[in-house]
Design a protein. Structure first.
Length: 284
């Protein structure tokens, strides 16, 4: 049974001495807003981590497989849907819808985030109930460039006659940044994909724990710091999302000029006069 209520949420996470989301068009530098200096992390980056977490926890079981996976060939998976008995026995005009329903049932990320499946045998296009914004840092971040040395070369041609086979490289980090992401869960689109309460709870679990399963030297130390979920009383919602997001206020503590830790911030949550909307603290 698909979810019946609308949800809006604020997700906080931070990075220390790492690159949370490199920009391939800028030599893999951490993404920033060039006008304000605020750090950015794309929605695609966070969705990848959610997918990876679900793969680990559910081990690709029948209803929690992942469609967008590393080195995957999407058209092969779409073709597999058309080979299912519930699809191939349908009339020609009904096969696309039957394939779409099969893909939603099997793949967690399709019924959560949606997918375009018209690239091979047509399985339709799905608009997912869970949508994320770009994450933006609370304060401007500084991008640092570090020289690194490797005490080896790739091949014999590059080897030095003196035996000094050191090669140089670059590594980019943000000393510290606290990022804020806004998200939305639509019951209307959940009905179309079959996204249910169990799927929603798995999504909250992924946001809170996904960084613990995604460690890498390049990303430094990344941690989930807050997940504030506004649960509406109905499918249309009780208040605009923007008015709810403004209830989560984050600022530097008095006397702090240079932020280098989450403890340098104070998070204030206004829970007064929420009406029928409930604030569910999943973290923070």
């Amino acid at each position: 049974m698909s979810i019946e209520k609308r949800y809006d949420f604020v997700f906080l996470f931070d990075v220390k001495d790492g690159n949370p989301n490199g920009d391939p068009d800028a030599g893999n530098l951490p993404r920033i807003d060039p006008e304000t200096g605020m750090g950015l992390v794309t929605d695609v980056c966070l969705k990848r981590k959610v997918r990876n977490f679900v793969q680990i926890v559910k081990n690709n079981d029948e209803c929690h497989d992942i469609f967008i996976r590393e080195k995957g060939i999407l058209n092969q998976l779409i073709d597999e849907a058309h080979e299912q008995e519930s699809v191939k026995n349908k009339e020609k005009g009904e096969k696309t819808e039957a394939a779409r329903q099969y893909m939603c049932r099997r793949y967690y990320d399709i019924r959560t985030f949606g997918a375009v499946m018209t690239t091979g045998k047509n399985a339709g296009q799905v608009r997912g109930p869970v949508q994320l914004t770009f994450s933006r840092s609370i304060d401007p971040v500084i991008t640092l460039e570090h020289s690194i040395t490797r005490m080896a070369v790739t091949n014999e041609k590059d080897a030095s006659e003196t035996g000094d086979n050191r090669t140089m490289g670059r590594k980019f980090t943000v000393p510290y940044g606290l990022y804020r992401c806004h998200g939305f869960v639509s019951p209307h689109f959940a009905q179309q994909t079959g996204f249910d309460e169990a799927d929603l709870e798995l999504f909250w679990q992924a946001l809170v724990n996904m960084f613990e399963q995604d460690r890498a030297a390049a990303r430094g130390q990344m941690s989930a710091r807050g997940l504030y979920v506004f649960e509406h009383s109905n499918n249309l919602g009780d208040a605009p999302a923007d008015s709810l997001f403004k209830r989560i206020h984050i600022a530097k503590k008095d006397g702090v000029d240079l932020v280098r830790d989450f403890e340098d911030y104070v998070v204030e949550v206004n829970e007064q006069e929420l009406g029928a909307t409930k604030l569910l603290r999943k973290l923070g």
